[in-house]
Design a protein around this ligand. Structure first.
Ligand code: HOZ
Length: 426
């Protein structure tokens, strides 16, 4: 692992922590972050020629597996015609038509360049549409790093050692109300206190930034009803669940329709793409049509559209892939649970379809507080063991395991063997 170590030392001289996004620094698990040279299918290859079975999948986008040849070819083809025009393109029209066809709640959609940008924009539209300032988010949910959403956020914030973030103006955070995931009463309390001030409730329909926490029966439906009662908008942050749980995302999987939805990850096929959209009546407020301003030089970038269109088209043409993904997840995470029971370990496994998480706690994990009871030191030992076994997991207890269509039963059996060895070792 000399090349990764050398690259990290060089990187640290010019890049904060040597990385361009915190979690990949391996802070919570220690050791040297692997500098990845290439990837194909379910595998990563680092700069020291090590090969790893990848369960991060670039944090969700690589649902087809890395370097899917049809996606790569579409990107190569468009590159011959140019990389960025800063002007409208046919590809953006086709992408908008496809997204709105696949996700019924999407009557209009705007492309941006990241999940953070999608959420930031959706919140602004919700505030513009309702004329209200406050938003409700859930502790442990992560919606990107825009100021107002770095309040009891999940993902890297949970492990960064900072309560939320320096640099967020108090005034900005003041309009963000935190509720508890799977706890409708905590949401009702906010609405009761300020019934006419809340513009939106934003929720990860499956919380996948404090590990993986499924919505309990009635939770999402209850949010829908509360928003309808108080005139607030319901925003589903489907940056992770979108086009993963079903072709129409968690909203299709659970049968609850939001007013606005944010996307990222899979919609870009590995390229930097985000999107937000929903009811026409709301989205018509977005500039240049309406008074809610949002812009982006690289929004709808032709190379990114090519990758996203290619991936979404493959998923649209193969509805059987979702049955395969979800059955694969049920089998794999079910086998991990069986291993824990057989070895008398009290730990928890949460999963929804191809998203899952092994928590080193004996508590049932249903929200931020219970997720935080996990033994992160034991997780670090687990992560390092799996890395030695050639298995690449997200370097934090509070991230998800992402299965892809490229993961075969043989690969998953090898992973279960590695977990078995760990359980025998400790
Ligand atoms: N949003 C990603 C994890 N949920 C961040 C990954 C990173 O920091 O590299």
């Amino acid at each position: 692992m000399n090349n990764s170590k050398c690259l990290l030392e060089r990187a640290k001289k010019m890049i904060p922590g040597g990385v361009n996004s915190p979690v990949r620094a391996f802070g919570p698990v220690g050791g040297t972050p692997r500098f990845i040279k290439s990837a194909r299918g379910a595998y990563l290859y680092d700069e020291d020629e090590n090969c790893y079975l990848d369960f991060v999948g670039s944090w969700g986008p690589m649902i087809l597996g890395h370097s899917h040849q049809e996606v790569v070819k579409c990107v190569q083809d468009i590159c011959q015609r140019g990389l960025s025009f800063g002007a409208a393109t046919a590809a953006e029209v086709e992408m908008a038509e496809l997204v709105c066809e696949l996700v019924p709640s999407m009557e209009m959609v705007r492309m941006v360049n990241s999940g953070t940008e999608a959420v930031m924009s959706a919140i602004r539209v919700a505030r513009g549409f309702t004329g209200r300032d406050k938003i409700i988010k859930f502790s442990g949910c992560y919606h990107g790093h825009s100021d107002g959403l770095l309040v009891q956020a999940g993902s890297g914030v949970m492990t960064a050692g900072v309560p939320d973030s320096l640099g967020v103006p108090v005034g900005c955070a003041r309009d963000t109300l935190s509720a508890n995931y799977n706890d409708l009463d905590s949401v009702k309390a906010h609405f009761a206190r300020c019934p006419k001030e809340i513009a939106a409730v934003i929720v990860e329909p499956v919380a996948a930034n404090m590990g993986v926490v499924p919505p309990e029966e009635g939770f999402l439906k209850g949010l829908r009803e509360l928003c309808d009662t108080y005139g607030a908008l319901l925003i589903f942050d489907e940056v992770i669940t979108g086009f993963r749980l079903a072709i129409d995302g968690a909203q299709g999987y659970y049968g609850v329709t939001p007013d606005l939805t944010t996307f990222g990850k899979i919609i870009g096929g590995g390229m930097p793409v985000g999107a937000y959209g929903g009811k026409r009546q709301i989205m018509e407020l977005v500039a240049p049509l309406g008074g809610v301003y949002q812009a982006g030089t690289l929004s709808g970038n032709p190379v990114a559209m090519a990758a996203g269109m290619a991936q979404l088209t493959i998923l649209k043409e193969h509805p059987e892939y979702y049955r395969e993904l979800n059955e694969k997840g049920d089998w794999f995470f079910g086998r991990i649970e069986r291993l824990l029971r057989e070895t008398g370990r009290p730990w928890q496994v949460n999963h929804v379809g191809s998203l899952g998480c092994l928590y080193f706690t004996k508590q049932d994990v249903k929200d931020y507080e219970s997720a935080k009871t996990s033994d992160t030191e034991l997780f670090a030992k687990y992560h390092n063991h799996m890395l030695e076994q050639g298995i690449y997991l997200a370097p934090s207890q509070f991230e998800a395991v992402f299965l892809s269509l490229a993961h075969t039963e043989e690969m998953l059996e090898k992973t279960l063997d590695a977990i078995t060895i760990f359980l025998q070792k400790i």
